[in-house]
Write a protein that binds this ligand. Structure first.
Ligand code: COA
Length: 320
């Protein structure tokens, strides 16, 4: 059995913050941000909560799939920025959309979160345990952003994306996930307890060594893509789209160059949303789906990477 996506949805907060607005907060400018990252603007959750965005994206995905919420057997939410510690966001989504019978839980795998959630649902399908799943990724990174730190505040945005997955007969693709805890220091965000123990300071916010993360992504994502292809006996030319975590346009262009693919095969929407962590891949999938770019049977290689450090990939066949 294999997983196919049969519905997508997304939600971006109403308030849009462009680069000029950021330049009022820190010493930077629109040209620098666009040249170094490709980002023009990001959506910021001023009124919306993580749960609200997750639910909106979920409802849109369920509507797109044309199923009733009661058919959903499993809900996985990927987030590093839940509103509360308990209850988990997935249970809130279950309640709000009326997916009464579904098992629901959250995972935190930072920017690899959506791909790892997809891999988990796919593994449940392969084991024969579930046939219909809802995967959501939702992030309110603006609450974890130090708006006085120009190394990070230019990069991140808020939003949510979701996909309905169904188990169908067909080739089962094997996922690849790697982690390197030794390099965890390169991208961190402490919680309240950790901050209280270490004294107040910038540690409360996302802290990042940008160059280290940049080098990690440009080295590991091409390796990941090759490993996913090799493991599944799929030739690179069979892949129609490479849907990669939207962190920086220079990272995406470098990955495309390294594996010898044209950059149009790497769809990009980070110019409008910034880096929305786990939400970036489903936000992009929903956008290109609704633009009619994806055809039934298209092979899509998903690749996520981020804090942990973690990196994860899989292949899916478009099912809509
Ligand atoms: N505006 C203007 N100037 C800035 C700036 C900003 N926001 N941030 C840094 N600079 C300056 C630096 O001070 C430095 O100046 P100097 O040459 O006088 O010392 C210069 O610009 C270059 O800084 P550097 O840090 O080398 O820039 P960079 O090309 O590495 O770009 C990032 C910085 C953060 C955009 C880039 O490293 C990056 O995208 N890394 C990956 C981050 C990421 O994707 N994180 C999430 C992963 S999931």
């Amino acid at each position: 059995m294999s997983a196919v996506i049969c519905g997508t949805g997304s939600y971006a907060p109403n308030y849009i913050m462009d680069n000029d607005r950021i330049a009022e907060l820190v010493e930077t400018n629109d040209t620098w941000i666009q040249e170094r990252t490709g980002i023009r603007q990001r959506h910021i959750a001023k009124e919306e909560t993580t749960v609200y965005m997750a639910c909106e994206a979920a409802k849109r995905a369920v509507e797109c799939a044309g199923i009733s919420p009661e058919e959903i057997e499993l809900i996985i939410v990927a987030t590093l920025s839940s509103d509360v510690i308990l209850p988990c966001t997935a249970c809130e989504v279950q309640r709000e959309i009326g997916a009464k019978g579904a098992a629901a839980f959250d995972i935190n795998a930072a920017c690899s979160g959506f791909v790892i959630a997809y891999n988990m649902a796919d593994a449940f399908f392969a084991a024969g345990q579930y046939k219909t799943a809802l995967i959501v990724a939702a992030e309110s990174l603006s609450h974890l952003t130090d708006w006085t730190d120009r190394n990070t505040c230019i990069l991140f945005g808020d939003g949510a994306g979701a996909a309905v997955l169904k188990s169908v007969p067909g080739k089962h693709f094997l996922s690849v996930t790697h982690s390197d805890g030794e390099k965890g220091w390169a991208l961190t965000c402490k919680n309240r307890l950790a901050v209280e123990k270490s004294g107040f300071g910038r540690e409360f916010y996302i802290d990042m060594n940008g160059q280290e993360i940049f080098k990690f992504a440009v080295r590991k994502v091409p390796e990941l893509i090759r490993e996913v292809l090799r493991k599944n006996g799929v030739k690179q030319e069979e892949i129609d789209w490479f849907v990669v975590h939207q962190a920086n346009c220079r990272i995406l262009e470098a990955v495309a160059r390294h594996i010898g693919e044209p950059s149009w095969k790497f769809p990009m929407n980070l110019q409008s949303y910034g880096n929305t962590s786990s939400a970036s891949i489903p936000l992009l999938l929903d956008e290109i789906n609704r633009q009619g770019k994806l055809k039934k049977g298209d092979k899509i290689l998903l690749a996520g990477f981020g804090a942990g450090l973690t990196w994860s990939g899989n292949i899916l066949e478009w099912g809509i």
